[in-house]
Design a protein around this ligand. Structure first.
Ligand SMILES: Cc1cc2nc3c(=O)[nH]c(=O)nc-3n(C[C@H](O)[C@H](O)[C@H](O)COP(=O)(O)O)c2cc1C
Length: 367
């Protein structure tokens, strides 16, 4: 049967449906465990988490489910570049003034000392020590030693690619499964090298998935704009073995996304999102809001990742405390009109599977 696809066997799951690891707090242990309990693969978005916080979350997930789950990390340099900090502070001061925060620095005053921690090594150690069944990454791959360390412990590795070129590189460097992330997707573009595509690769899910599926031997999972059983059925028809869904899970009951963010998602539509670097320095798709408009109008070129992310953190946290979505990062894909806020993650998994099953069966009968 189509739903017993190769990724199910490989990852030890019942249904070919992965809940995307989403850094920033949406993927609570309860959400991750609920998806895995329902037969999909839940994923802890752990990129911004301290290693010991990952350990606690992984232990909590393991208490809630005995089924496989994944941890997601960023495989990218966390080297800061503060060369244009004064200019960046100046651009952000207009936003700070609006929301009642003190300026980041006075006109010629001393600049704040900021630093982005690089926890990747320690995060990976926790994944290995805690026997996490699956690791997935964004923005890049693993070096040979890390890939071998996973292999020795039987940890499966899922890489995310935004072009056929990246998918081929991921296959060559040992990915067990490749997520083909179309430009419809919410959150950061997974593009490895921004020198090739400064705004991230712009290939839509429908174009990307069959081209990646033709190019690689390992199973391919489609991501970007998939919200229901129609999306899963279409992905299967395009040659994918399954789907990875992010935005659809943000408004489920177990989601840790801020209530104002969830409301912004349910109130948005297919025209609401843009790809922007103003929050983090890397291109990411989110609902357009006042922060994006003000930064665009300022003409300021964001600092590179991760420095811009660290710099804007205070504003985003303050906006969240004030329940003010206009200054929060509202990552979401292009299919938000299909979002629903009245169900649990398990209900979403079952409804996607049921609908896809019906659609693929009726197609067979027609043929
Ligand atoms: C709020 C949010 C945060 C995300 N964070 C991550 C992340 O930390 N790591 C990752 O690999 N992908 C991340 N993504 C991208 C997802 O892996 C996936 O490609 C995307 O959600 C698919 O598109 P959809 O949101 O339309 O379902 C994020 C997506 C969203 C919506």
């Amino acid at each position: 049967m189509w739903s017993e696809s190769s990724i199910c066997k490989l990852l030890g799951i019942q249904y070919p449906l992965i809940q995307a690891g989403m850094a920033g707090g949406a993927t609570t242990p309860e959400l991750v465990a609920a998806v895995s309990e329902a037969g999909g693969l839940g994923t802890l978005g752990a990129a911004y988490m301290k290693p010991e916080a990952i350990r606690s979350a992984v232990r909590r997930i393991s208490e809630l489910t005995k089924r496989p789950f994944a941890v997601n990390l960023f495989s990218v340099s966390m080297q800061d570049d503060w060369r244009r900090q004064r200019e960046a502070e100046r651009a952000l001061n207009a936003v700070r003034e609006r929301i009642g925060l003190k300026p980041g620095s006075e006109a010629d005053g001393e600049l704040r000392t900021l630093h982005t921690p690089d926890w990747f090594r320690e995060q990976l150690t926790v994944v290995l020590e805690e026997s996490v069944p699956v690791l997935s990454t964004a923005f890049g791959l693993l070096n040979e030693a890390d890939r071998e360390a996973l292999q020795r412990r039987g940890v499966r590795f899922i890489a995310m690619a935004t072009t056929v070129r990246e998918a081929l590189e991921a296959e060559r460097r040992g990915a067990d499964v490749i997520v083909a992330q179309g430009s419809d997707a919410g959150g950061h573009r997974g593009t490895f090298h921004l020198t090739d595509h400064p705004d991230g690769a712009q290939v839509g899910t429908f174009s990307l998935v069959p081209q990646v599926a033709d190019a690689v031997q390992v199973p391919v999972v489609a991501a970007g704009g998939i919200m229901d059983g129609r999306g899963l059925a279409a992905a299967i028809m395009l040659g994918a073995q399954g789907v990875q869904m992010g935005t659809a899970f943000l408004t489920c009951r177990e989601s840790g996304a801020h209530p104002a963010y969830q409301q912004a998602i349910t109130a948005s539509n297919e025209e609401s999102t843009v790809i922007t670097k103003v929050f983090s320095g890397r291109p990411a798709r989110g609902i357009r809001n006042t922060f994006i408009d003000m930064m665009d109008e300022s003409g300021h070129k964001p600092l590179p990742f991760p420095s811009q992310n660290t710099l804007t953190g205070e504003i985003r946290r303050h906006a969240a405390e004030m329940n003010e979505p206009e200054y929060m990062s509202l990552w979401a894909g292009q299919a938000t009109r299909l979002s629903r806020s009245d169900r649990t993650a398990g209900e979403l998994v079952h409804s996607v599977m049921k609908e896809a099953e019906r659609l693929l069966k009726s197609r067979k009968q027609d043929a």
